[in-house]
Design a protein around this ligand. Structure first.
Ligand SMILES: [Cu+2]
Length: 249
């Protein structure tokens, strides 16, 4: 009987362990809507990795696959409100006409500026650090971020379908305008006053709200750069070589 009992306990523990280690993943996708005639297209994907009994840490994997950006670094974020379940709204053409000065908070200068977008989508909740476009204006970005338990990006508390992504940064030929309240020397644009071409780092270029999706809709991870592959091949080669030496010795 002791051996039977041991076997049963072992089986129970095995099942228990399987359940505990099962990942708690939620998937979201935002199909980008171009703002300010940026020509940007693509999608932003989130994989929320929630707590399990053997791994209480929470994280979000951010994946951006986009085209049509100016080459170089771009600010990009998840925006949202900290009030429970208050959804962000994408300032797309159906809710915000940048030429309509009669709309509250709209200067009617043809641009959807940061200061006009924030009331719709809320403050920054997460910055996609290190995001940049290559020489062809393409972004392929994967990065995982730790998420505070109970914080505004904890999908268990504030569902991520209430959140929104915004990509920023565009060169225009209009006069930059300071936004002292945000500490930005050129955070706005006077779309009525022509100027030399100048880069406005915070001008929104694309936005979208996240929608729930499934694992099969997520992009493949960023392939390793060629240098990393060479290094791995080199390490593998060395390992193979030493194994060969051990055998022949
Ligand atoms: Cu932003």
């Amino acid at each position: 009987m002791p051996s039977y009992k041991f076997a049963l306990t072992g089986l129970a523990c095995l099942l228990c362990g399987t359940a505990a280690s099962a990942a708690h993943l939620d998937y979201y996708k935002a199909d980008l809507f171009a703002l300010n005639n940026s020509g940007v297209s693509g999608s932003v994907y989130l994989t929320f990795d929630g707590a399990t009994s053997d791994d209480p840490a929470k994280s979000i994997l951010v994946q951006v696959r986009a085209n049509g950006l100016e080459p170089g670094a771009h600010p990009a974020h998840i925006h949202g409100f900290t009030a429970p379940n208050k959804p962000s709204i994408a300032p797309t053409a159906d809710v915000f006409d940048p030429n309509d000065a009669s709309q509250e908070g709209n200067d009617g200068d043809g641009f959807t500026e940061l200061t006009e977008g924030v009331p719709f989508y809320g403050p920054i909740l997460l910055t996609f650090e290190g995001l940049s476009a290559n020489a062809n204006g393409k972004v392929v970005y994967d990065r995982e971020f730790d998420i505070a338990d109970g914080g505004p990006l904890d999908d268990d508390v504030y569902k991520l379908f209430n959140r929104e992504t915004v990509l920023h940064g565009l060169t225009t030929e209009f006069a930059p305008v300071a936004v002292p309240s945000l500490g930005l020397p050129n955070g706005d644009i006077d779309g009525f006053t022509a100027a030399d071409p100048n880069y406005n780092a915070v001008l929104p270029i694309a936005t979208a709200k996240f929608e729930t999706t499934t694992a099969d809709m997520m992009p493949a991870p960023v392939p390793l750069p060629a240098s990393a592959l060479l290094l791995l091949a080199g390490l593998g080669g060395l390992g193979g070589f030493s194994a060969l030496r051990r055998r022949s010795a």
